[in-house]
Ligand binder design. Sequence first.
Ligand SMILES: [Fe+2]
Length: 276
Amino acid sequence: MPLIPLEDNFDDVINKVQRGLQVSDEALANRAEISLEDLHKVKNGEVIPPVIRRVARHLGLNAPALESLARHAWYPEVPVFPRGFAAFNTAFGDMRVNSYLIWDAKSREAVAFDTGSSVDGMLDVINSDRLRLKYVFITHNHEDHIAALPELVSAHPEAEVWSHREEPLTLESAQHFDEGVHFHVGSMDIKTLVTSGHSAGQTTYFVKGLSWPLAVIGDSLFSCSVGGSPTHFRDQLANNRRKIFTLPRDTVLAPGHGPITSLAQEKKHNPVFCYG
Ligand SMILES: [Fe+2]
């Protein structure tokens, strides 16, 4: 599979944080004591380190990480799962969205996280590995993440569909959970953590029992960026810090868009969350 590009470029990250914190270009230039012209140059891809440093400081971002993003100098390394984990990347309009499947090698029970726009790849793995789909967990209810849910459920009507109480039910048969619930599948333990902001009941699923601890994080966080929200951006930042950035360092992060990464790497390279 070709490498999945980072979800957000340098200018996307700045714009997203500005929108979330409601800081206009004029206000940012003013506070950072830079010219509007320099701000626009930087947003258009020119790497001017002193300007990037000032922008970073006034938006609460890590300057070296932001500069490295501007230079396209880093891309996450993906850890190897010998078995029990598969990632799918499907096209939804002009964007691409991720969905995931995990399974217990012994009991052959499987769990899907979101569906993306097509479950063809997921159904192939389920069939070829002779898995039984026990649960479908929804990170959040935005259309790109659940577009192929009817198809998945009609192929596996035995699977239970779950999401957090604050997300509208996706199907009549779907069920709601609260935060802090544990689901058990074979030797795997899946815990629900609400990392809302981008959407009201957006959930991170923390999985133990695979080769690495795994967090399926939806649009809470992307490699080198964060989930956007025009209204609840500060909640997204706070929830990520409190619930994702306190997970074990070797936790693999499986986001709704962009490449898979790890907590250790984001602690070093994500301009929104690293502290140098
Ligand atoms: Fe999304």
